[in-house]
Design a protein around this ligand. Structure first.
Ligand code: CTP
Length: 417
């Protein structure tokens, strides 16, 4: 079933750059609506190109209403507009979500038997495929070969998530969450070469979030770290091919990135134990978590009550410096990366403090952010400097947290050789 042609609406607005959202025929096609909504709400003009099979799952009217653009599947409608080449030629980015095994097979072999494959064949912009299929299909040698071939040609084929599939099945092959697809699409628009597969075969451990130091059964000392930057570091590493473990402290609001193993922790001591355990055979360890420097000496067994003597006095003790400990235990060849959230003060700016911290911590790389004054914490964007123990200092331009993560992995990959 092809969407009916509406005269005069056959081509995208010629002058405006735009995005193409391809949708192929799997049950995850319904999630393409959420991807589309997020793209349009963030100001993108999106042309949806489903396959015929996709329209068995979501009707053309839904995509037309959400995108405000006509939707068709074939190359024999609106022929004078040469839509089968124009869409690909003019796109800034083509995202296919979900990308089925069949769609990837057709693309790998250069087929152009519908509007989506013709568009993919003419696109010269970055192409991002978000696969979704049953585990057996994802792991089949034919699919593995097609994915490898597409990646070797520069197509970004995301690692799928692991989890519930259609029916009772679970395993790798689940569509990455719409928020993740959109974040990685934004990354490719910011930087088309942000997701090479240069961490393939590497094992990476990343900490993220902010620790909470319990005071009594209902209270804790915490900090404002949301965990988003650490999540982006883990997400980008996984999509660059690494096997990633994310040690997360208090990040229940965040969606676990696709193809990342998450170990949940709460306090600094729990995070410390998890990091010591996970980092033993890692190639790279990244301490992006905001670890509380202090914790209450004692954890009250019962809720602390207001007393007649006024507020209670809380005695604090210093938490161990996990980063310094990891540096001390680092096996040969392991790279350790620290983060520094700095505000600058009367004794020096953000960079001055970061240089001192790099030496004090002894790590190989230190990513310094300016925080406070509405910067970094709980914000989608970030910027800063990356300092190396070899004396290098790279300024990281302001952009998405995924962009910052991709710059960090460039430096790490160069050092891993
Ligand atoms: N860090 C850690 N263990 C701690 C404190 C910090 O592993 N107890 C790590 C953080 O994960 C980060 C780096 O050390 O990678 C720097 O954290 P930051 O809070 O900026 O530094 P501090 O050592 O706490 O120094 P200061 O508070 O004096 O700035």
């Amino acid at each position: 079933m092809t969407a009916p042609e509406v005269p005069g609406t056959g081509t995208p607005d010629a002058d405006l750059p735009g995005m193409v959202l391809g949708v192929s025929g799997g049950i995850a096609a319904y999630k393409a609506c959420e991807v589309l909504r997020r793209f349009t709400e963030s100001g993108h003009r999106v042309r949806v190109v489903p396959t015929e099979a996709a329209l068995n799952f979501v009707g053309a009217a839904t995509f037309e209403a959400l995108s405000g653009q006509p939707v068709r599947t074939g190359v024999f409608t609106n022929v004078p507009e040469v839509a089968h080449v124009r869409l690909g030629q003019r796109a800034d980015l083509v995202v296919v979500a979900p990308a089925t095994a069949d769609l990837m097979a057709r693309l790998a072999h250069g087929r152009a038997d519908d509007l989506l494959t013709a568009t993919l064949l003419t696109a010269r912009c970055p192409v991002l495929l978000a696969p979704a299929m049953h585990t057996e299909m994802w792991e089949h040698p034919a699919t593995r070969d097609n994915v490898a071939l597409l990646r070797s040609r520069g197509v970004v084929v995301l690692e799928p998530a692991s989890g519930r599939l259609t029916g009772v099945d679970t395993g790798p092959g689940r569509l990455p969450e719409p928020s993740e697809i959109v974040a990685l699409a934004r990354l490719l628009l910011e930087r088309p070469d942000a997701l090479p597969r240069d961490l393939t075969g590497r094992r990476v451990v990343v900490s993220a979030g902010g620790t909470r130091e319990p005071l009594d059964p209902v209270r804790f000392l915490g900090n404002r770290s949301s965990g988003r930057q650490g999540y982006a570091v883990a997400q980008v590493a996984a999509q660059r091919g690494a096997e990633v473990t994310l040690v997360a402290a208090n990040t229940a609001d965040l969606t676990a990135p696709a193809a990342v193993r998450v170990v949940r922790t709460g306090s600094a001591e729990q995070l410390r134990l998890a990091m010591l355990d996970e980092s033993k055979d890692a190639d790279v360890v990244v301490m992006a978590a905001a670890v509380a420097d202090f914790r209450p000496v004692a954890l009250a067994e019962h809720k602390i009550k207001k007393g007649a003597d006024g507020p209670p006095v809380v005695h604090l003790t210093t938490n161990p410096d996990i980063l310094a400990e990891l540096v001390g235990l680092r096996p040969d060849g392991q790279l350790v990366v620290g983060f520094a959230a700095e505000t600058g003060d009367e004794t020096g700016g953000v960079l001055d403090h970061a240089r001192v911290k790099l030496v004090r911590k002894g790590c190989d790389l230190l990513l310094a952010n300016a925080v406070g004054d509405g910067k970094a914490f709980e914000q989608p964007d970030n910027g800063g400097w990356l300092l190396g123990s070899d004396g290098t200092e790279v300024e990281l331009p302001h952009g998405s947290k995924a962009l910052l993560a991709s710059r960090l992995w460039d430096e790490v990959a160069a050092r891993l050789g």
